[in-house]
Design a protein around this ligand. Structure first.
Ligand SMILES: Cc1cc2nc3c(=O)[nH]c(=O)nc-3n(C[C@H](O)[C@H](O)[C@H](O)COP(=O)(O)OP(=O)(O)OC[C@H]3O[C@@H](n4cnc5c(N)ncnc54)[C@H](O)[C@@H]3O)c2cc1C
Length: 380
């Protein structure tokens, strides 16, 4: 086992860190207004972020999963706009990778190069108002009419939904068929019968727009079905396997940055005539941050190694996601506690880090659902 990045990976991560720092100006204002920074999205594309895992023939860099995890960790570390980083990840793992893996040649050529260039934004729509964790019981319907499919239903909590040019929407042909009845469709903005609304106001990740997608008699050509009929669950599961490693690589980067900020603060802030870092309860909280970051890193890198070797990482991805998301919430609360009243004020932006960390235990499957997956795979 080799945990050392290659020279090429080091060079890439250094470049990503330098680029990521250039995205930080105005983050507090963007966060308070809830603005999606479209100009920065475009700059990320020019740098090559959106194209990292996309094969070169479709406009990307064709990086393997391990290299992409390292790069997205570096971006999460350097870029304090956690919402922007989350939106990028959502497109890369829940839209681009399903296209790379399940798309037809025509679909790949139609969407991937423009997604890599930042000209198109993609979103993944599975959650419904009545079906969240139980998403595969979805109420959204589709039926075949001549050469087209007709979709009806409502999707919610769709990251990038309000700004998306194309939605990957899941629907069932017959709920009686359960998982086998679900298919996925590429629905372009402007298709009659689809309306996008939002953004939904939320606690954190406020620069990442989230919205609702309403489908009413929405007709899409048969060529817009992704994968074969009934492949919806396989597409969804594959997206979640990647997402659970890669989005959380960016969380890990944020955790490293937050720990470094907290160490700097604890060294500088004096009480009782000495830096608060000298007090064991403060130092111990920081030590626990370091332990969690190192453990989370090993879990995430293992997912990359398993996937790059062509293996199945369902269990490893669930473990990594559960561990990193929960450690991030704990760590952000510890960072706030160490910053005292200044942490609770908006001045140091530690409270924003808490707000941005919390949804990690909800999206890509809640902590409870990760424990359920792990229990099932343990035969419990
Ligand atoms: C920031 C953010 C971004 C998101 N982006 C997207 C997106 O791009 N596309 C998309 O489709 N969705 C997205 N979602 C939705 C997300 O996937 C759902 O919120 C999540 O799956 C949980 O569903 P729910 O909110 O309906 O909660 P529910 O499923 O109603 O769960 C409520 C509570 O009950 C628990 N629970 C439910 N079932 C069980 C069970 N069997 N055993 C134990 N506990 C259980 C849950 O863990 C949770 O604590 C996003 C959510 C957030 C917060």
């Amino acid at each position: 086992m080799n945990f050392q990045p290659t020279p090429d990976q080091r060079t890439l991560c250094e470049a990503v860190r330098e680029f990521g720092r250039s995205l930080n100006e105005g983050i507090a204002e963007r966060d308070s207004r809830g603005d999606f920074p479209r100009d920065l999205w475009k700059r990320c594309a020019e740098f090559g972020i959106q194209g990292l895992p996309v094969p070169a023939e479709y406009g990307g860099a064709g990086q393997d999963l391990t290299t992409t995890i390292l790069a997205m960790e570096a971006l999460g570390y350097a870029c304090r706009d956690n919402g922007l980083v989350f939106s990028l990840n959502a497109q890369m793992w829940a839209f681009e990778l399903p296209l790379v893996r399940f798309g037809s040649e025509d679909q790949k050529r139609r969407y991937l190069p423009a997604l890599c260039r930042g000209e198109l934004i993609g979103a993944h729509a599975v959650t419904e108002p009545e079906f969240g964790s139980d998403a595969m019981s979805m109420a959204s319907r589709y039926g075949r009419v001549g050469d087209d499919y007709v979709l009806d239903g409502t999707k919610t909590f769709v990251t990038n939904g309000p700004v998306a040019d194309v939605i990957l929407a899941f629907a069932s042909v017959d709920r009686g068929l359960k998982a086998a009845g679900i298919s996925a469709f590429l629905v372009d903005r402007g298709t009659p019968g689809m309306s996008l609304s939002g953004p939904i106001s939320k606690m954190g990740l406020r620069t990442s727009p989230m919205g609702e997608v309403a489908l009413s008699g929405c007709r899409v050509p048969a060529g817009n079905r992704l994968g074969s009929e009934g492949a919806g669950v396989a597409i969804f599961n594959a997206a979640m396997e990647w997402e659970r490693a890669c989005i959380f690589a960016s969380h890990l980067g944020s955790m490293q940055r937050l720990m470094e900020d907290t160490i700097a603060y604890a060294r500088a802030r004096k009480q009782f005539g000495q830096p608060i870092a000298r007090f064991a309860p403060i130092a111990n909280r920081i030590v626990d941050m370091k332990v969690a970051i190192e453990a989370g890193r090993l879990l995430l890198y293992k997912v990359g190694a398993v996937k790059d070797a062509g293996g199945d990482a369902v269990l490893d991805a669930a473990i990594a996601k559960l561990f990193v998301s929960e450690a991030h919430v704990r760590q952000s609360l510890d960072a706030l506690q160490i910053h005292g009243g200044y942490g609770y004020s908006t001045e140091y932006q530690v409270e924003r880090e808490v707000r941005d960390a919390i949804p990690g235990t909800i999206y890509s499957g809640t902590s409870e659902m990760q424990r359920k997956i792990i229990a099932r795979l343990l035969g419990l």
